[in-house]
Design a binder for this molecule. Structure first.
Ligand SMILES: [Zn+2]
Length: 313
């Protein structure tokens, strides 16, 4: 029997070592094995946790070391092969997410540039993983030189896309584990987004973006947002094991981060945003996204979706 590598990030190890089982609402309804997740492939396996569990979300988000990987060997539990192309692309996306010269926002931008190139190669019938590796390394160098940050500021702002994304957040129903009055307050602020006049929506976007850009918590603990990004990349084997539309993958990822930023800004209007608030928000968001998965628009080309994604950063 051939053995493959099983990866276990630090947050999964720490969760497993907790003395008492988690009693969060999701765990009280959890089935056997919950909240463990295994992303099984024929040539590697990734252990993880479902973020609907608050303790799992806390371990993943708040520990700067959460993504130190522990590797063991085990048997393959799936026939699904992760191609060398997808593995290289996934690895370089993660490299850009943890690049010390990049903020999470710039990491997302760099990932977008990498995916745009990967899409061109793929559409042109080129599938040599060395092409991806070369592009990933080039982007890492540009990041060090500050060139990516410069290029990012030159992106034309497409405020319409962000307005539409904010308005769509009016449909979100979050099962937040907060005191009722605070939970209702957030629900009202969200549902308002779906019904306000366009001028008021635009004002709201400006307000929330200004708050989100200056949240003291993220300046003090930059690993929180970075961990949230790495989690998504790691769990989804981003952009995906069989992904053919990299633009859509980027759009889904960017949309998620747009929502995280807006939710954190909305919550901070009730009082200074704490690390625990982010845990509850991301956990509730994970629950909502489980019920409302991203749906791509068939009429959009990958390039169009990719540009939409970049405009949400
Ligand atoms: Zn739990």
């Amino acid at each position: 029997m051939e053995l493959i590598e099983h990866y276990q990030p630090e947050f999964v190890v720490r969760f497993a070592a907790l003395a008492a089982p988690c009693q969060c609402p999701a765990c009280q309804n959890g089935e056997q094995g919950w909240p463990r997740i295994s992303v099984k492939m024929k040539n590697q396996q990734r252990e993880s946790l479902d973020m609907r569990c608050e303790t799992a979300a806390r371990e993943m988000l708040l520990n700067p070391q959460a993504f130190i990987l522990h590797t063991t060997e085990g048997e393959a539990q799936s026939e699904e092969m992760l191609s060398e192309w997808s593995e290289t692309l996934s690895q370089h996306c993660i490299n850009l997410a943890i690049h010390p010269a990049l903020t999470p926002q710039l990491s997302l931008y760099a990932i977008g540039v990498l995916l745009s190139k990967a899409q061109q190669y793929q559409d042109g019938g080129e599938c040599d993983p060395a092409l991806i590796a070369a592009m990933g390394e080039q982007l890492a160098t540009l990041a060090e030189q500050g060139v990516l940050a410069e290029q990012f500021t030159l992106l034309p702002p497409v405020v319409e896309n962000r307005l539409a994304a904010l308005k769509a957040m009016g449909q979100m129903r979050l099962n937040l584990n907060l005191p009722l009055a605070e939970k209702m307050g957030i629900a009202l602020k969200l549902s308002e987004l779906a019904i306000v006049q366009p001028t008021r929506l635009a004002e709201r976007l400006t307000e929330l973006e200004a708050i989100a850009a200056n949240l003291p918590l993220f300046a003090e603990q930059p690993h929180i947002l970075r961990n949230a990004l790495i989690y998504q990349l790691y769990n989804d084997v981003f952009p995906g094991i069989r992904c053919a539309n990299y633009g859509e993958a980027l759009l889904a990822l960017a949309e998620r981060f747009f929502r995280i930023n807006m939710l954190c800004a909305i919550r901070s209007e009730q009082g200074a945003l704490t690390a625990d608030d982010v845990v509850l928000l991301l956990s509730a968001l994970a629950g909502w996204q489980q019920q409302n998965p991203f749906v791509g628009r068939a009429e959009h080309t990958p390039d169009h979706s990719l540009l939409c994604g970049l405009s949400l950063l």
